[in-house]
Design a protein around this ligand. Structure first.
Ligand code: NAD
Length: 377
């Protein structure tokens, strides 16, 4: 597969273009907003030059990668591509419209894919003339740095296509995992409680955001706490993914979004990108110092880690992916310090189960129900 089309030159599109070009592919990059593409290409050129300056790659290689990306101003310029990866705005109707037009330009054999974080692959493929050629290829942000790629066949995807894309991603130096077409796929489903339970702890005035972050960093070795991470991802984006997962699971209380996060999103306190989220990023702002409390920290950590391990166990039970891929996905997609299944074993599944049972007894809420597999473990 040598000619790759990328639709959308935003955060993800330009990153995926860089990955494909680095691996010797000819890349055709299209965005409705040509100014955005110009900006993205300029930034890419600068960052490739920086890599060369730091001797991570040669100046020749930097130039070679950059020259492999062709700036397209019309979708029809993608007509000779072997594979097209769409990375435009997270909106089902707009994506479907683009695919319908794309099918009129590309050959019968061209494979078509979406980088969507939360829209059903089956629903996107269903509008195509040839839905069997459609698949999800989900990169993580930043695409050139994060190794994980979730490969998601939909119900109508032809057999063997997942394996073909899996092999292609491996040849690009990525760590691919095959996931089922379910809301949130692997990572965005399993990771929900990292944010959701942290938000609840703060909403109920049990602890402050800086205490929750400190507890997860010090007791769990997470590189970032939930609130720091939400500020980085964008509180609006994180809220949108949570809402989609909640709705698509027919309002399963386990995934119920947080009112606090909704209010933050409404107020456009989106985190780093707007200068203020759970923390203040203005020039002279000081980061609040958490009031350390050993017992409280243990409670916070056990509550969040138990919810995460329960999700990983349930994903294994439902065969959303293999046990090994579930372990790999959380470490290579969102930098978790350990696989959640082995973490559960280390803490003891009995202790995880007891923590959830105590929360269930206290709240009488479905949110804390245990995976039937966890009880057996
Ligand atoms: P972005 O807003 O940075 O970029 C989207 C780009 O799409 C914009 O440049 C916009 O001009 C362009 N666009 C919009 N409509 C278009 C159309 N009809 N035709 C061509 N171009 C169009 O968004 P992003 O963060 O790069 O996300 C893109 C996709 O990747 C989404 O589906 C998102 O869910 C998914 N994703 C995002 C992340 C992340 O962390 N940002 C991670 C994984 C997957």
């Amino acid at each position: 597969m040598k000619k790759i089309g990328i639709i959308g030159s935003g955060t993800m599109g330009i990153g995926i273009a860089q990955v494909a070009a680095t691996n010797g592919c000819e890349v055709f990059l299209f965005d409705v907003n040509t100014i955005q593409t110009e900006k993205a290409l300029q930034n890419l050129e600068n960052s490739l030059q920086k890599l060369a300056f730091k001797e991570k790659i040669s100046y020749e290689k930097a130039e070679e990668i950059f020259n492999k990306i062709k700036f397209c101003t019309e979708l029809k310029e993608l007509k000779d591509c072997d594979l097209v990866i769409e990375a435009i705005i997270e909106n089902k109707e707009i994506k479907q419209k683009v695919f319908t037009e794309l099918e009129t330009h590309v050959s019968e054999n061209c494979l078509i894919s979406s980088n969507t974080s939360s829209i059903s692959i089956t629903s996107l493929s269903a509008e195509l003339k040839k839905p069997e050629r459609f698949i999800g290829i989900h990169f993580f942000n930043p695409a050139p740095l994060m190794p994980l790629v979730e490969v998601i066949p939909g119900l109508l995807t032809k057999e063997n296509l997942a394996q073909e894309i899996y092999d292609l991603m491996k040849s690009w130096g990525k760590v691919p995992v095959i996931a089922k077409d379910i809301p949130g796929f692997i990572v965005n489903r399993i990771a929900r409680p990292f944010y959701g339970e942290a938000l609840r702890i703060v909403e109920e005035n049990i602890a402050t955001p800086e205490q929750v972050d400190d507890a997860m960093r010090t007791l769990g070795n997470f590189r970032m706490g939930p609130f720091e991470l939400m500020d980085l991802i964008g509180i609006d984006t994180n809220f949108l993914v949570t809402t989609t997962v909640y709705k698509d699971y027919f309002y399963d209380p386990k995934y119920k979004p947080s009112l606090l996060q909704q209010r933050m999103s409404e107020a456009k306190l989106h985190g780093r990108k707007t200068g203020r989220g759970f923390y203040d990023y203005s020039e002279n702002a000081e980061k609040p110092i958490p009031q350390k409390d050993e017992n409280l920290y243990e409670e916070i950590f056990m509550r969040i880690i138990s919810m995460l391990i329960n999700e990983a166990v349930e994903a294994k039970r439902l065969k959303i992916a293999s046990g090994e891929d579930i372990e790999l996905a959380m470490q290579k997609g969102v930098n978790y310090p350990k696989g959640l299944l082995s973490w559960g074993k280390e803490i003891g599944f009995g202790k995880i189960s007891d923590t959830l049972q105590n929360l269930y007894n206290e709240y009488q809420e479905e949110r804390y129900r245990q995976s039937p597999l966890l009880k057996k473990m």
